[in-house]
Design a protein around this ligand. Structure first.
Ligand code: AMP
Length: 214
C-alpha cells in the first residue's frame, strides 16, 4: 500500500509517518529529510537548495522528482509513505508516472487538516531528537526532564532552522498556492481521505488507521 500524507507544515505528517513505519513496516520517503541530509553533508545539490529551504520557498520540481525517482528505483518496501511530496501538480503527475513504471499504485491520499494558528504555535515550539528524529513540542510533549529521548535515549535535540515565523509565512503561502490544489486533484481521482490533524497524536493515529484498514 502506497500513501501520501498531505498537509501544511506542522500538520503532523512526519510524526504520523514515523508511527506507520513502526507499526506497519512501511518506508517513509520525506523529501524534506532528504534535502536536509544533502545540505548537512555539503553535496553540490545541498548547497543549491540551502538558501531556498532557509527562506521556506520550494526547491525545483526537477530536484525533488529526481530524489523520489532514485528511491523508487532502488528501495524495495512493503509500502511507501510520501511525506512532503508531492507539493506541486507537476510533482503529482510525475509521482503517478514513476509509480506506474514500477508497477505500483497509489492507494490513498490522507489530508491532515489543521487551522493556521495552531500550525504557527506548533512549529515555533517544535524540536526533534538528533539521533532518531522523534518529534517534541515545548507545550504538548516536552523533552523529558532527564534530557533523554523517550524513543532512543539520545541527548541532543535540534530545532529546524526554517522553523521560525518568517520562513513559516513563506512555507504556508507556498502550501496554499502550490500544494493545496492537490486536494482537488486527488479528490477527482477518488483517492482523498481527510483526518482531523488537530487531535491528540493517538487520536490522529486512530483516524489514519481507520482509513488504511477500510
Ligand atoms: P519539510 O521537511 O517537508 O517541511 O520540507 C522542508 C523544506 O524542503 C521545504 O520548505 C522546501 O524548501 C523543501 N522541500 C521539501 N519537499 C519539497 C518538495 N516536494 N518540493 C519542493 N520543495 C520541497
Amino acid at each position: 500500500m502506497n500513501i501520501i500524507l498531505l498537509g501544511p507544515p506542522g500538520a503532523g505528517k512526519g510524526t504520523q509517518a514515523r508511527h506507520l513505519v513502526e507499526t506497519r513496516g512501511m518506508v517513509q520517503l520525506s523529501t524534506g529529510d532528504m534535502l536536509r541530509e544533502a545540505k548537512d553533508s555539503g553535496t553540490e545539490m545541498g548547497k543549491v537548495v540551502a538558501d531556498v529551504m532557509a527562506r521556506g520557498a520550494l526547491v525545483t520540481d526537477e530536484i525533488v522528482i529526481g530524489l523520489i525517482r532514485e528511491k523508487l528505483e532502488t528501495v524495495k518496501a512493503n509500502g511507501f509513505i510520501f511525506d512532503g511530496f508531492p507539493r506541486t501538480l507537476a510533482q503529482a503527475d510525475a509521482l503517478g508516472e514513476l509509480l506506474e513504471a514500477e508497477g505500483e499504485t497509489l492507494d490513498a491520499v490522507i489530508e491532515m487538516r489543521v487551522d493556521d494558528e495552531a500550525l504557527v504555535a506548533r512549529i515555533v515550539a517544535r524540536s526533534t531528537c538528533g539521533m532518531c528524529g522523534e518529534v517534541y513540542n515545548d507545550n504538548t510533549k516536552p523533552i523529558p526532564a532527564d534530557g533523554k529521548c523517550t524513543n532512543c535515549g539520545g541527548t541532543e535535540f535540534k530545532r529546524r532552522a526554517d522553523d521560525n515565523e518568517e520562513s513559516l509565512k513563506t512555507r504556508l503561502m507556498e502550501y496554499y498556492k502550490q500544494t493545496s490544489p492537490l486536494i482537488g486533484y486527488y479528490y477527482a481521482k477518488g483517492l482523498l481521505a481527510r483526518v482531523d490533524g488537530l487531535g491528540a497524536i493517538e487520536a490522529v493515529q486512530g483516524e489514519i488507521k481507520a482509513v488504511l484498514d477500510a
